[in-house]
Design a protein around this ligand. Sequence first.
Ligand code: FES
Length: 225
Amino acid sequence: MSDNKIDKKHVSNNSSSNDSLSSSELSFSAPSAVNQQKRNFLIAATAGVGALGAAAVAVPFVGSMLPSERAKAAGAPVEVDISKIQPGTMMTAEWRGQPVWIINRTDEMTAELAKHDDELSDPNCEVAQQPAYCKNAGRSIKPNIAVVVGICTHLGCSPTEKLQAGGDMGENWTGGFFCPCHGSKFDLAGRVFKGSPAPINLVVPPYQYLSETTVLIGDDTKAEA
Ligand code: FES
């Protein structure tokens, strides 16, 4: 484009002497050595920018054609080492973009689960919010280890852990989870207390033990049903 301007200007300056120059003559005016250098530079620069642009378009396009590691990882089972969870505490893993709580309940906590059935909306887990092998008092494979998706069944907030009895939850609180969004309460098995906006218990994901201290979340193909 610059060359054209330069050439046109050059020709225009001469047009007083020859107003009858045609456009084809303008196009084919002989470039000077300097103009040729500029032209070569512009061609190279344009080619470079074009190549970069093509690469920018091609990378996501090629990426979309390859198996998406992220997509595969998003749905993949997650292996979790639970050996460091002290009794009475919990850890949070991530599976399919969701928080999954793994709670190491003490014997006292486990015993407490059987004492407040009348306060719960679904104490016997009739709603299928857990695999069949977790339809029991603790909603778990092992009595002391609970594995629960930490997303409130009301509107999807993540409740706050209130594992210990009493405290700011009041003297009748026996441990569990509190959703501050609208006040839902869950016990240490993820069962919802009556009067909560959340209609059903928290989800227990499919899982299995690969060893005494390793849990595989998201895959229960070898777990006992
Ligand atoms: S989202 Fe938990 S109580 Fe509303």
